[in-house]
Write a protein of this length. Structure first.
Length: 546
């Protein structure tokens, strides 16, 4: 015990000596590195919202703030990045006029290089979040597609377990149906759907109300041996069929009195859609009793049940790329984009397919990152005819000089809209967004400004011609527009429709609809965390007033 005490004393003395030594060395004085720095300005905005806390461009707004009066001749105020006119400064307030290009968000005062943030101000205008859309908490994961259904509802597919808390205790696992105004439809009975780790990318409705689903999943409704495609009924339950298989050898002893299971083991209840791909299709379509799947598919799979058992399946595999067609039971259509001599699909894209659109006549436009399609020049865009052959009447010319991330088509305006990371289309300069006629030629007079600090990821045109562009950008031209900008039909900035603040996340698609009051509205979906300073769960509806 004494030895331990002495050890502690020795340590104490040693440390005392060290500190003393340090004190002695510090007797030398060095210049203060912070000497000569600027004194604090003493400026502080109140947490109280300004008066008024919402209003149009041109409104006078009063903020509570202290410390500005001494600097009134050197201050600048910005509303969400737009310079505002300062009307009055007192020892406790700042009065500004909201600029013509103002959008909702926080503001700030700049004095030289120093910046002081102000509370949120909402700019009223023609665009607002539609609070009559009852998505509530939304989903807990990405929504990859929303499919309008024949019963006047929407089918959501993605990688989520819950929708507005529905699915607790019985996860939705990638599929949900909602009403037009966002309420969850409870009659879906998907039986675990794509499973805990599955993802559903796309859906196509069939005559009679059922659906073909594609994605990345190996089980659906507790049925195994699924190759990323499945057919379900109108309430999301898997369509099944009984197949005859080879009965597995057992240890049945007829003298034991046990039941002979040979007959039962020769039958297997399986997915009625017997087909799929190695990798899930990005988009799936139905046309003229045929299913079309696009994406980086790589191979087609089909189970050969006459040589299979209940627990060991024999699979037929054939090479396919970029696109394939089957009948509604999953049998490969060898007359579509297929080489019968080689017993495999045609070569397809020499890169990746990002998106596509099926026209009403069954032709399909594919976009992505590629330079050739079926060994023919095709820079990131190509149209296929009804046999899956390259359609040379499509006037895409030399295509784009960079990746195309999305393509949309508006049947009212008969226009395609491309978005991506490109600066020209068929030799015509552009800024990542291009409007096309139905024949693939660029629309004369369409031109957008530059997207700053990012690029467009998705764009869609409404029936009235207006265009919504979303992406990773933070500016549109000289204006601060984070994640979303609304344009006129010619690509010019629609000033009255850009009053909302930042969009946080990535839009995968939009659906034009109407609000509960009959106004033009748009559903945004994807991986969305916030919009206009409001939290959202990957889905929201906005109103575009006249």
């Amino acid at each position: 015990m004494k030895q331990l005490f002495r050890y502690h004393i020795a340590c104490f003395l040693l440390m005392t000596g060290v500190f003393a030594g340090c004190k002695k060395d510090n007797d030398k004085y060095y210049p203060d590195p912070y000497a000569g720095g600027k004194k604090p300005l003493g400026i502080a905005f109140s947490d109280v919202l300004p008066t008024p806390n919402t209003g149009p461009a041109g409104a006078q707004v009063v903020y509570k703030v202290v410390g500005l009066l001494a600097h009134k001749d050197s201050i600048h105020f910005y509303q969400n990045g737009e310079l505002a006119q300062i009307v009055n400064v007192t020892d406790s307030t700042l009065t500004v006029v909201m600029p013509a290009a103002a959008s909702s968000g926080t503001g700030w005062v700049a004095i030289g290089a120093q910046v002081f943030s102000s509370p949120l101000f909402r700019v009223s205008g023609k665009v607002r979040i539609d609070n009559t859309f009852k998505a509530g908490l939304g989903t807990d994961g990405p929504i990859y597609q929303i499919t309008p259904t024949s019963d006047n509802r929407y089918l959501l597919t993605g990688s989520f377990h819950l929708y507005n808390s529905n699915g607790q205790g019985n996860w939705l696992n990638g599929i949900a149906k909602i009403e037009k105004n966002g309420q969850y439809v409870s009659d879906m009975k998907t039986d675990s759907a794509a499973g805990r780790f599955g993802t559903l990318y796309s859906a196509a409705e069939l005559p009679g109300g059922g659906f073909i689903l594609s994605g990345n999943f190996s089980t659906y409704g507790y049925k195994r041996n699924i190759s990323n495609m499945v057919r379900v009924n109108s309430v999301g339950q898997i369509d099944t069929v009984v197949q005859t298989v080879i009965p597995e050898m057992g240890n049945y002893d007829p003298d034991s009195g046990g039941k002979d299971m040979t007959e039962a083991n020769s039958k297997d209840t399986v997915s009625a859609f017997n087909g799929g791909s190695l990798f899930g299709g990005a988009r799936i379509y139905y046309y003229n009793n045929r299913i079309y799947s696009i994406g980086s598919l790589y191979a087609y799979f089909q189970t050969y049940y006459p040589s299979s058992t209940r627990n060991a399946k024999v699979t037929d595999m054939r090479f396919v790329n970029s696109i394939m067609s089957t009948d509604v039971d999953g049998n490969l259509d060898s007359s579509y984009h297929y080489d019968l001599g080689q017993h495999q699909g045609l070569s397809g894209a020499d890169g990746s397919i990002k998106d596509g659109i099926m026209q009403t006549d069954g032709k399909i436009v594919l976009v992505g990152k590629f330079t050739k399609f079926d060994n023919q020049p095709a820079n990131n865009i190509v149209r296929l005819d009804n046999n899956g052959q390259v359609d040379k009447t499509f006037k895409s010319g030399t295509g784009t000089d960079g990746d195309i991330y999305s393509i949309t088509f508006n049947p009212t305006t008969q226009k395609y809209l491309l978005s991506g990371r490109f600066t020209s289309y068929n030799g015509q300069p552009c800024n990542g967004v291009m409007l096309l006629n139905a024949d693939g030629s660029p629309v004369p007079g369409f031109n957008t400004d530059i997207f700053g600090n990012g690029f467009p990821l998705h764009a869609g045109q409404l029936k009235n011609g207006m265009i919504l562009v979303s992406g990773s950008f933070e500016k549109y031209g000289s204006r601060r527009k984070v994640g979303l900008v609304i344009l006129n039909a010619d690509g010019s900035y629609a000033a009255a429709y850009n009053n909302t603040g930042a969009l946080g996340g990535v839009v995968y698609g939009i659906v034009e609809t109407t609000s509960a009051e009959g106004e033009t509205a748009v559903i945004l979906y994807g991986v969305l965390m916030s919009f206009d300073s409001n939290p959202i769960g990957n889905i929201c509806r906005i109103i575009l007033a006249k």
